[in-house]
Design a binder for this molecule. Sequence first.
Ligand code: GLN
Length: 273
Amino acid sequence: MTIAEILHRAAGRLQAAGIENARFEARLLLAHVLGCTPSDLLRDGAKAMDPTALEPLLQRRAAREPLAYIVGYQPFWSLDFLVSPATLIPRADSETLIEAALALPPPARVLDLGTGTGCLLLSILHERPGGFGIGIDLNPDAAALARQNARALGLADRAAFLCGHWAAALTGRFDLVLSNPPYIETGVIAGLMPEVGGYEPPMALDGGPDGLDAYRAILRALPALLTPAGAAVLELGAGQVESVRMLGFAAGFVATVRNDLNGIGRAITLRMA
Ligand code: GLN
């Protein structure tokens, strides 16, 4: 079969499985199998190849496993991050936190709570060469993967990753605390799109009955974690601006909110009042 024919068939399979950008994803999967770029495929459409190697990847994607777990990485900010089923897949929405953090004075010490792939901490360290950071995750496999990402991005000498429950094992204060905590209401998770509900780690998604459990835990710890002029930048789920602002207010913080590209309040910046 030619590459063009294989792509056409693969896109049809993915579309039938309910995947929206079926042609685009088919190209990414085939490029991954061949170790080339998607644009190489357009150029080589008339070349013949054996489609067998693509088959297991197509089957996984048709079963709605996220593309990022199949190819093993996901771009975020300007960087590529290794991902695994131990970690949430970095989202473009979370880049709002990077924008919000870059609007603050350059931090010397950064903490990322629930670091997953390490994408938040490592993107900030990449932009702020004077910073040093600690990323914490409850899942040791996530902390190990974040460490691998730090090495791959040349940031290992400025980033340490630890396994722990929020900041329980830490002493010391930070100029910037980042977190994209689990914030989905427990009851909603089963109804999420299959890629999320069926494959991403529940621990990275589940925010308890009202979705706010992690914010309560983080806000309890925050006063002892921030330097006097420090700030926390936390991700919010859709519709959570007012509840998290009130939780922050009750803990002695004032808040500003930054919207994502869809106009949803996505990043809340908290400072001591
Ligand atoms: N900090 C990581 C991210 O933003 C993981 C977040 C999480 O697991 N909830 O992708």
